[in-house]
Design a protein around this ligand. Structure first.
Ligand code: PLP
Length: 375
């Protein structure tokens, strides 16, 4: 059986968990947390990185930090995971759903401005499959209308965006705040896990407080104040050192993981391209300004019936392929709150997109088996 996803060990994950336990501290913000946060700040130039228990949590932190409240509007693509919208809904905001491009599930940056009103507070681009959204356009709108850009980069670790200035920047270093995931289905894993990257220093100090249950404990531990207490709202957003020790074992091997995944992705691309053309199936499109980080290999079929047929065919060969999001604007929870606009491209990806198996231990032989189902 070729599963859709498979968690893996690559380095000293288990040894580091043992070390954490023996160190006498397995609660949060210990040695491994500091190592991981420093790694991200140095490698990708994030101004401040804080590990969280999930990307969902990181997004909730961004919603608190951006001071989103009842009456505010937040622009979110409809073709995304629940968490992207949920963080803002919990603060009482109205979600204004945006459509995808026709050739790529990312938010259509040319159609965002129409959605901006005097109530709009934030734009939340999602880098689907790790492929960058058009960040120049989005950042320009944000400065024109004084909005906060919060990126959902759950799938976008080690991916890049090249701006019109020709500079190639890591995703996570551009928007005001950015959320990442280390869920077991992502490139770098810790079971559950996430991170908030903060590039706008207006939010940095408060982020640490919200992260530590509304207390200024982090400042206290650095010796900046002589006692700590309750100073703001917050929650327990920081992960245990047990989880983070595992993450550090993965991070030490980030380049190995990324090179392998990108190689598998290229192999898929090469093998499936000629067949896809014949079957009128679309393969992933990566705009010139974006890179591919080997997160996901997906196909876009020409009808729901065709997709269903191939899911069955793959299943017969013991290959687990899965479709993805169901447009959030037509979800049970949000349909009645949505403003009746049709989001044609998002609905097409709902019906037509299929994700093929992709994980570190996948082999080229496995890919041959999968691709054979399309012959
Ligand atoms: C995986 C994912 C999330 C949720 O991440 P968790 O770490 O499981 O909370 C949010 N948004 C997108 C786009 C994702 O792919």
């Amino acid at each position: 059986m070729i599963p859709f996803n498979k968690p893996f060990l690559i380095g000293h994950e288990l040894k580091y968990i043992e070390q954490a336990v023996h160190s006498g501290k397995i609660s949060g913000n210990g040695k491994f947390t500091k190592l991981c946060q420093q790694y991200f700040e140095e490698k990708y130039g994030f101004k401040k990185a804080l590990l969280t228990t999930s990307c969902t949590d990181a997004l909730e932190m961004t919603a608190i930090l951006a001071n989103i409240k009842e009456g505010d509007e937040v622009i979110v693509p409809s073709y995304t995971f629940v968490s992207t919208a949920l963080a803002f809904v919990r603060q009482g905001a109205k979600i204004v759903f945006a459509d995808s491009y026709s050739d790529n599930p990312n938010i259509d940056a040319d159609n965002i401005e129409n959605l901006i009103t005097s109530k709009t507070k934030a734009i939340v681009p999602v880098h689907y499959a790790g492929v960058a959204c058009d960040m120049d356009k989005i950042m320009n709108l944000a400065s024109k209308y004084n909005l906060v850009v919060i990126e959902d980069a759950a799938q976008a670790i080690d991916s890049f965006y090249t701006g019109i200035d020709g500079v190639k920047r890591p995703l996570g270093s551009i928007g005001h705040m950015v959320a990442f995931s280390f869920h077991e289905t992502k490139n770098i894993i810790s079971g559950e896990g996430g991170m908030i990257a903060i590039n706008d220093c207006r939010f940095s100090e408060r982020a640490e407080i919200i992260w530590e249950k509304g207390t200024n404990r982090a400042q206290f531990f650095r010796g900046e104040i002589d006692k700590y207490g309750w100073v703001d709202t917050g929650s327990s957003f920081l992960p245990s050192e047990v989880i983070v020790a595992f993450l550090w074992g993965q991070l030490e091997n980030l380049d190995v993981i990324q090179n392998k995944r990108k190689k598998l992705w290229e192999y898929y691309y090469k093998k499936i391209k000629p067949l896809a053309k014949k079957l009128e199936i679309e393969i992933p499109y990566v705009p010139n300004y974006a890179t591919n980080n080997g997160h996901m290999f997906y196909l876009k079929f020409n009808s729901l019936a065709q997709r269903t047929k191939y899911i069955e065919k793959l299943k017969k060969q013991n290959v687990q392929a899965v479709f993805h999001y169901i447009s959030l604007h037509s979800s049970v929870f949000y349909a009645s709150k949505h403003d009746n606009r049709t989001l044609e491209n998002s609905d097409k990806f709902t019906d037509l997109l299929l994700r093929l198996p992709m994980y570190f231990e996948l082999t080229e032989d496995d890919i041959d088996t999968i691709v054979d189902c399309f012959k």
